[in-house]
Write a protein that binds this ligand. Structure first.
Ligand code: 5GP
Length: 179
């Protein structure tokens, strides 16, 4: 690889991530089984960052689980503080009356999810829950708490396991940060 940035230490190794994903899969399956009577859950994977996490998590779910994808980006510098996001790729299927589990890579300011959840409620799903691999609670600008959190992490710029810097490093099997 032709790297221009220095990577920091490994913060979460492959084994640690796998173990936590398995735990989350077990917990989510038990909760949905108990609360939704075997109804299907639709994983809404937020591209691109959550693609690896969502795939690994999906394999650990023992309930009737489906997956759909959405790609979002911030609307540009001037509107960043309002948290308005642009939907670059929308879901293929209707979520009306469905149980939705949004799967995110990381919650930072919380603005993206805040906007997304509001927008998805407008489509009349039965329920919306959020599962994030990583959480940086220090950086919040709006109140946002995920139902399921893989790891709470310090305020660094994270890459690996799906998370990128300028489209690089998504392929790293572990989680690290830019130094
Ligand atoms: P928020 O709207 O919560 O501030 O940001 C959400 C999005 O910003 C995440 O889904 C992710 O794409 C990006 N992001 C926030 N923090 C990081 C980080 O530390 N590393 C990377 N690669 N992306 C981040």
């Amino acid at each position: 690889m032709n790297n221009n940035e220095a990577l920091g230490r490994i913060m979460l190794d492959e084994e640690t991530i796998a173990k936590r994903v398995e735990e989350l899969g077990r917990q989510i399956s038990a909760d949905y089984d108990r609360d939704f009577n075997g109804e299907p859950v639709v994983i809404v994977c937020i591209l691109k960052g959550a693609c690896i996490f969502a795939s690994d998590l999906l394999k650990k779910l023992t309930v009737d689980a489906r997956i759909d994808f959405m790609a979002v980006s911030s609307y540009g510098a001037s509107t960043k503080s309002t948290g308005v996001v642009k939907i670059n790729k929308d879901l293929d299927t209707s979520i009306e009356g469905k149980n939705i589990l949004i799967v995110e890579d990381i919650i930072d300011t919380g603005l993206t999810l805040h906007y997304l959840i509001k927008s998805l409620w407008g489509r009349n799903p039965k329920s919306i829950k959020v599962c994030t691999l990583l959480d940086k609670p220090e950086r919040r600008k709006v109140e946002m708490t995920a139902d399921y959190i893989g790891f709470e992490i310090e305020n660094k710029f994270i890459v690996g396991y799906g998370l990128d810097f300028d489209e690089k490093y998504r392929n790293l099997p572990y989680i690290t940060c830019l130094d």
